[in-house]
Structures are given as structure tokens and as C-alpha cells.
Design a protein around this ligand. Sequence first.
Ligand SMILES: Nc1ncnc2c1ncn2[C@@H]1O[C@H](COP(=O)(O)OP(=O)(O)O)[C@@H](O)[C@H]1O
Ligand SMILES: [Mg+2]
Length: 351
Amino acid sequence: MASAVEKPKSANPISEASTKEDIESKVSQAKSTDSHDADDAGHSKSIFEGNGFTIIKKIGTGSYSKVKLAYSKNHKGMVAIKIVSKFQVPEEFLRKFLYNEIKVVRFLKHDNIIKYYQSIETSHRLYIIMQNAEHGSILDLIHKQKRIPESRACSIFNQIIAAVEYCHSQGVVHRDIKCENILFDSNYTVKLIDFGFAKSMNPVLKTAGEEKLEALIAQKSPSKAKKENSNLSETYCGSYAYASPEILRGVPYDPFASDIWAMGCVLYTMVHGRLPFDDRHLGKLIKQVQAPISFPTAVVTSTEFKICCRKIFVPAKDRVSIVDLKKDPWVMTKYLEYERVVIQRQSQSVK
Ligand SMILES: Nc1ncnc2c1ncn2[C@@H]1O[C@H](COP(=O)(O)OP(=O)(O)O)[C@@H](O)[C@H]1O
Ligand SMILES: [Mg+2]
């Protein structure tokens, strides 16, 4: 019934330079090899050099981007650089999403969200420089381990909840939560990435241009303005396998509740080692997401885990809120541990 988890498109490094000597040797290796990469020759190469970056290697590929690991002189360490070529993306993406990601990630500051450093724009490309999450994604982990034990999955899920709860509290919905977009840093702390399709309901994040456009729409078409201000989404940009029933029905949907559905898909995939719904046939998928969630017997899971999933995989009106998800007994089994780690990290950063 459910599809297997596909091979990752990305090639995250399992381990990378951690000591000063390691970094120096990687940088000198990279200096002698990076000119072979035709994509970086010329234009990009001088941008990197001019800004103090030495490209080490490619670490990921997304739908519209390439991600490279680089040594940054300014940061005195490794960074990840997401490169979007303005000429290789559809026009609608350019208009709607290109600057969106930067706007959102530079605003969000949370321990479980990737740290944004800077962006560079040229006539051809946009470069987003961010913290490098060196231990790969949840998908990489599932490929290595087949599935993640419930107890570890619960620790990871608590951190995903913390990241998404923070985004929602800031009026930001992610809209592309999936195993490939949840990474681990050097301490195996969860880092949510890829805010390219995020939507912000936060007035702080609106540019003057967007405000003017909204005022114009309100003047010309009050009914359209009302719809746009209702916080409902109409466009869907993420993966079908993680899409909620309301998204698949194609009606305006509450994107906050749909983020929770996608989180449920990540949780189920971690524990079962496979996606809960098969997205190969849209018709079948639509039926599956409306039926009660099933749990293959090949993997033995706790009753509490199943109860937690059943609160998520239901129609939007009955779906658990993020606040109540935090209080779910299965989630709570690791909440104290999560809180301890946060307090420990906070006290370390004060020192
Ligand atoms: N900060 C990062 N650290 C390490 N790897 C990253 C980082 N950002 C992205 N990647 C890798 O690159 C892949 C594509 O990046 P992503 O931002 O998701 O691009 P897209 O928007 O095109 O999907 C990710 O799935 C991940 O494997
Ligand atoms: Mg992605």
C-alpha cells in the first residue's frame, strides 16, 4: 500500500571536517579541485572568492537549487551555500518564491531552525549562506538505519514540534515539511530547512511593495482581498506524499493544520521506515488519506504511538493543534529530555 522511501536526491556528507587540521586539508584539496566544476567556473567562482568562500563540494540538490559546502573565511568554519539560478526556475517561482526564503529565514531565530548568515545576489544567481547541518537529513538516517526506534523518533519529533510551533507563533507556515527538509547539525540537533515555499502571515515580514499591492487589491477587488487576508492557502507547492486531504481536495486550506499533517507523515516515516501514503497514483492517494490510518504489522509500535498518529491523520477540523500535540502522552515521554537539553544549551550560551 504505502510507497517505499525514495532514494535521496541529496548527498549530504556523513562526516566532515571538524578539527582545524581537517578543515585546512579540505580547503587545500578543494582549492586544487574546484575549478573542474564547470558550474562554478568563472562567474560563481569569482563571487565565492570575492566573498571569502572556498567551495569544498556539492552536498545537496533540490528542485530548483544546488547546495554546496564551503569554507568561509569570515565565519572561520564551514557553511552551506544554497544556489538558485534565476534562469533555471519557472517564472512563477521567480515571482512568488525567490526572495521569500531569504525574507523568512533571516527573520526566524530558533535552535531547531537553520541559522541564516547572509545572501548574495548577482544578475544570474541567488546565494543563501547558512549554517551547515553536517549530519544529513532524516531521510539519510532512514536509509542508513531502515527505520528509527520509537524513542529516538520521539526525541526528534519533539524538536520538530518546537521548530514548527515557533514558526506558527511567528505567523509563518512552512508548507514543505518532509524528511529531506529536516537535518541534523554536528550535535545531532534537529534543524528545519528550506523555507522556499513558506507563507508568512506576519505583517513584519511584508515589504513595502507587498503592502502597496495588497492595498491595491483591497481597493479593486474587496472579495479577493478578504480571501487573501483569511489566512487560508490556495496554492500547494510541497510533495504530494506529505499533502493533507484538504490540500488534495484543492479547496482553500488552513496551512497551519496542513503543516501538522506533514509532521505526522515525517513521524510515521521515521518509525515505519516508509511513507504512510502512496503518492504514485493521485486517485488512490486521495482515497488513502481519507481512510483511517493503518499500521503495518511488520513493525511493532506502541499503542501510545498509534494514538498520537490517529490524532494527526484526521480531517483538518478534528486534527490535533500543535499546542495539544505537545501534550500528547507519547510525545511527552521525551519532552522532559528535550527541555533539559534546551536549558543546558541556553546556560552554555550565557557563559
Ligand atoms: N544548511 C544545510 N546544511 C547541509 N545540507 C543542506 C543545507 N541546506 C540544504 N542542504 C541539502 O541540500 C538539499 C536541498 O536543499 P533545499 O534547501 O531543500 O533545496 P530545495 O529548496 O531546492 O528543495 C537538502 O535536502 C539537504 O540535503
Ligand atoms: Mg528541499
